[in-house]
Design a protein around this ligand. Structure first.
Ligand code: NOJ
Length: 966
């Protein structure tokens, strides 16, 4: 053959070329699209999109068939109630839809639409189904924990066509409820900010009996359809991937359009892998073609920049424009799709080109349940997040160890392996707090047991960890192995606490243990039973330093439709799985939370539980992570937008698998990932069972050293992180904050999602997430002074700045005007740092002042609820640094302060120190001052060592320099 005549060099060249070509065409690991529905394959999504298309085509001749019956309206105690009539045929037949609009004392409004026939149970179910007939109305009992008090000041006025309600702070908000067609405009001041049913896409698929149509005989005409144009093919049953959903209640979807006039950015509705500022889903440049989907699922090898569903769902959206933020919360736990389009402002046809305004138009579509939507009118992002948190609860104040570093992999294979990793981390002086056990620790995947061969001595292992105040997290999943003699499954089936199939028998599916049942945590009896499994005496081999990981709780069912449960499965109360699917993960997480609270009588410690699946309200129960990512740069880059989005949707205790779950990261990727992970609120390294070991000490130098420095940075800043967690726990403010949240007027920052602020510290981080990058463009939003965290290089001027970022450097700026606390003594774990002295970093602002906070408590118990904490504000102005108490005294304050009486500030660093300190070596009060003049492009800075002040006390330090030296 001619080819064989090629000289060997040419052979090599050919081979190289071939390999390059192969690598180009080797398909990237990618999601199995065919396992998950597109909107077109989801009957109700397709029907509602078609409805929207018809409305769009008809334009002004389209009229929504929903009208309020004015005579039905009544106003009482901040609530407007009545009936919406849906006209369903040309003869004018109507369906009654009870409507309740509640105006809440908090300033939020809630609109609930139900269906009378289903409410009263006056419908017939097909296939002898035993499912509930009503539309699911219990989402509230899982998601909402407060904030429902009705306004006592809201006032209603009505005329023949509309009702106008003034409500909110100082009556500044207004809801204009139009009767025909039904719609609501929510106004703040003179402007409308949120419109419901503006496009007429409100759709409540009412109950109807199935009319069996005889097949037309040959030669006969097909009978004319009553509801012309409606696609009935998916009304009565629906098949996907070989499974058929029996749909005993027929079509029952709900949909509503929500328009944000003049708003060009919308954020939230996690969980999706894509940018913080959500993309259009129909038209527009770079748009998605499917709506954003919320249907919690175990999406294996998920892809980037996609509206595909992932493991969790929070149907809460913020809309933002210059100086105004509003939000909506769609309280529905069924499968949901959200279309987003952006259009030039409709009421201003001349506003083309520069300066023109955008309307963001959204279309919310759920498979079943109520229309239950909350509207928040802001005006700031903080107001919206706070109002949402009043309803669904604020983020749990976690155990302090939980915000330190977690070392995980699937799997540490024996208890000796765990102890060995623990020893090595100590040997290499790499701090970590928690080591994790994945499913292989169990005896044959039976949770609450240990593999007797590989984990013969769990208590010995826990004891070794405890010597360094370290913890263990063990995985417990919701699928319970079907195995005779396994006490957990025996008890569960005997007590009938598993999820049922459509016939009302325990549902059997396939997961890690093989054939399994799923505990039904919607059932209060199941929660009570679940609690009995966790006491140290019941879960043998567990101890005080063992905490829990809840995985696979979407639930993941390997042989189920879309890797989850059939929708016609039944939960407690005979609610169909369809109605509650997105809540499932929360209920399991909740049961484990309750269980950890009751492990030992009299022991009241904060539970720590990581969950994969979540819903609105899960933030009260622990942390989440972004599931099975991949060891590549795209996934590293995707994590921050995802975590930021979770944060603004009220669940900020979020992180991504550091290093990437699937695949083996190159060392530079692993190193950059640790540098990024040091800024995840939840910071855990994790890896798939088939990957190579990658504990930080294995990387070798310079990587191990760089990773260790990133970890130490996290540990030194733990007091600042914990203060940010406290803030999130009282008002919902995200822990890492996107630009628009901190600078709501700065339009240039609205889409930025690769840098963020940490709490209120003024620390602005832009970790490197691109391969080979040795610098980043960091965006400064104001004219304040900024300094490089590590070497005090000053940066200033609004706009982009290039920051050099070789592999050993994390781009991190300190914004002038802030004070933040640190602990600078490296230790094995955060627990060992508890009584370490503090360093305060004062970053002087342009005006020579600075301010910051510290919150600290025992990091473990609930005693902070009785005042056992220190909360201080530090202020620097006119040469005086002052520490003031901002806590509220409680029963346990004194006891706690006593325990902290020896904890001092050991060092104060002043960045941007005044030039007038040049040559001075002490402060007026005698404290030693070390001054470093500005040089080599670095700002001047100074330190005061051993200022002799205590962290729990009020004090002032006079920074005027010593008199005799002047
Ligand atoms: C799926 C989880 O996402 C992953 O983190 C875990 O390692 C495996 N389940 C095995 O439990």
């Amino acid at each position: 053959m001619r080819l064989s005549l090629l000289p060997s060099a040419q052979w090599t060249a050919c081979f190289v070329l071939l390999s390059v070509l192969c690598s180009l065409f080797t398909p990237a690991v990618s999601v199995k699209y065919e396992n998950f529905k597109t909107c077109d394959q989801s009957g109700f999504c397709k029907r509602n999109r078609a409805y929207a298309d018809r409305a769009g085509q008809l334009g002004s001749s389209f009229e929504s068939p929903y009208q309020i019956a004015p005579e039905s309206l009544s106003w009482k105690n901040g609530q407007l109630q009545g009936v919406i009539l849906k006209t369903i045929d040309a003869a004018g037949e109507t369906v009654r839809l009870p409507l309740t609009i509640s105006f809440l004392a908090s300033g939020s409004a809630r609109v609930v639409i139900d269906e009378e026939k289903r409410q009263k149970g006056e419908i017939e179910l097909r296939h002898n189904s035993i499912a509930r007939k009503e539309r699911y109305n219990e989402a509230e009992s899982w998601a909402i924990v407060g904030g429902l008090d009705l306004s006592t000041t809201a006032k209603e006025e009505r005329d023949a066509t509309k009702s106008i309600v003034k409500y909110g702070p100082d009556g500044q908000f207004e809801a204009v409820v139009t009767f025909a067609p039904f719609g609501i405009d929510f106004k703040r001041g003179d402007a409308t900010h949120v419109k419901l049913n503006d496009r007429g896409l409100l759709n409540m698929e009412h109950w109807r009996p199935k009319v069996e149509k005889a097949e037309p005989k040959e030669g006969e005409e097909t009978p004319v359809q009553v509801q012309q144009g409606e696609d009935e093919s998916t009304w009565w049953d629906e098949s996907f991937g070989g499974a058929t959903d029996s749909k005993p209640r027929g079509p029952e979807s709900v949909a509503l359009d929500i328009t944000f006039p003049g708003y060009d950015h919308v954020y939230g509705i996690p969980e999706h892998a894509g940018p913080l500022s959500l993309k259009e889903t129909r038209g527009g440049s770079g748009h998605h073609t499917d709506p954003y989907r919320l249907y919690n699922a175990d999406v294996f090898e998920y892809i980037m920049d996609s509206p595909m569903t992932l493991y969790g769902a929070i149907p809460f959206m913020q809309a933002h424009k210059k100086d105004s933020t509003v939000g909506v919360f769609w309280l529905n736990a069924a499968e949901t799709w959200i279309d987003i389009i952006k259009e030039k402002e409709s009421h201003n046809p001349l506003s083309l080109g520069i300066g023109s305004k955008i309307d963001t138009k959204t279309h919310w579509i759920s498979e079943s349940g109520l229309i239950d939507v909350f509207v928040f009118l802001g005006p700031t992002p903080k107001d919206v997040t706070k109002a949402y948190g009043e309803l669904t609860g604020y983020s749990q104040l976690p155990q302090e160890f939980a915000i330190a570093y977690h070392q995980c992999r699937w799997n540490y294979i024996t208890d000796e392996d765990v102890k060995d990793v623990d020893r090595k981390m100590t040997k290499y002086q790499i701090p970590y707090d928690v080591i994790w056990l994945d499913i292989e620790y169990t005896d044959d995947r039976k949770y609450f047991t240990w593999d007797p061969l590989t984990f013969p001595d769990p208590i010995g292992m826990l004891k070794q960890l405890d010597q360094s105040d370290r913890k263990l997290v063990a995985i417990i999943d919701p699928h319970i192995k079907k195995k005779d003699g396994y006490h957990v499954v025996d008890e569960m089936t005997k007590k009938d606490l598993a999820v049922h199939n459509k016939e009302g028998k325990p549902y059997e599916g396939w997961c890690w243990p093989g054939s399994s049942y799923w505990v039904d945590c919607f059932n209060p009896a199941a929660i009570s039973w679940w609690k009995t499994l966790f006491p140290y005496s019941a879960f043998k081999g567990s101890a005080e330093n063992l905490f829990i990981w809840n995985d696979m709780n979407e639930p993941s069912v390997f042989n189920g439709p879309e890797t989850t449960m059939p929708k016609d499965n039944l939960h407690h109360g005979n609610w169909e799985h369809r109605d509650v699917h997105n809540l499932n993960g929360l209920t399991f997480h909740n049961a484990t939370y309750q269980a950890l609270l009751s492990r030992k009588k009299g022991e009241l410690r904060r539970p720590f539980i990581l969950t994969r699946s979540f819903y609105a309200g899960s933030q009260r129960l622990g942390a989440m992570w972004t599931g099975d990512n991949q060891a590549n740069w795209d996934h590293l880059a995707a994590a921050f937008p995802m975590i930021l989005n979770n944060g603004i949707a009220g669940f900020p205790f979020a992180g991504a698998d550091v290093g990437g779950f699937f695949g083996n990261p190159e060392k530079d990727l692993l190193t950059r990932w640790y540098q990024a992970g040091a800024f995840y609120p939840f910071f855990r390294g994790h890896a798939h069972i088939d990957t190579r070991r990658r504990e930080p000490y294995l990387a070798g130098e310079p990587y191990t050293g760089i990773i260790t420095r990133a970890l130490r940075l996290r540990y030194s800043l733990l007091p600042s992180w914990y203060t940010a967690f406290h803030e999130a726990s009282v008002d919902g403010t995200p822990i890492i904050r996107p630009h628009y949240f901190e600078y709501p007027s700065d339009e240039q920052g609205f889409a930025i999602d690769d840098q963020f602020f940490i709490g209120s510290t003024g620390l602005l981080a832009h970790p490197v997430v691109t391969q080979g990058a040795d610098s980043v463009e960091i965006y400064i939003p104001d004219d304040e002074l900024y300094y490089d965290y590590f070497d005090y290089t000053p940066y200033s001027g609004q706009g982009k700045h290039t920051m050099s970022a070789p592999l050993d450097k994390i781009p991190l700026l300190m914004q002038g005007g802030h004070i933040f606390p640190r602990k600078d003594r490296p230790r094995r774990s955060s627990g060992l740092m508890k009584f370490d002295p503090y360093t305060l970093v004062i970053v002087l602002g342009k005006d020579g002042t600075a301010k910051g906070e510290l919150y600290v408590d025992d990091g473990d118990s609930f005693e902070y609820e009785q005042g056992a904490y220190i909360h201080r504000v530090f202020q620097y102005s006119n040469d005086i640094l002052e520490s003031k108490n901002i806590g509220t005294k409680g029963k346990l304050t004194d006891k706690y302060l006593k325990s902290m009486k020896d904890v001092v500030v050991e060092r104060i660093i002043i960045v941007g120190a005044p030039a007038s300190w040049t040559g001075k070596s002490s402060l007026k009060g005698g404290e030693e001052l070390e001054y470093h003049a500005a040089e080599g492009g670095k700002a001047a800075w100074a330190t005061v060592k051993k200022p002799g002040v205590k962290i729990g006390e009020d004090w002032k330090i006079d920074f005027s320099v010593s008199h005799d030296e002047v």
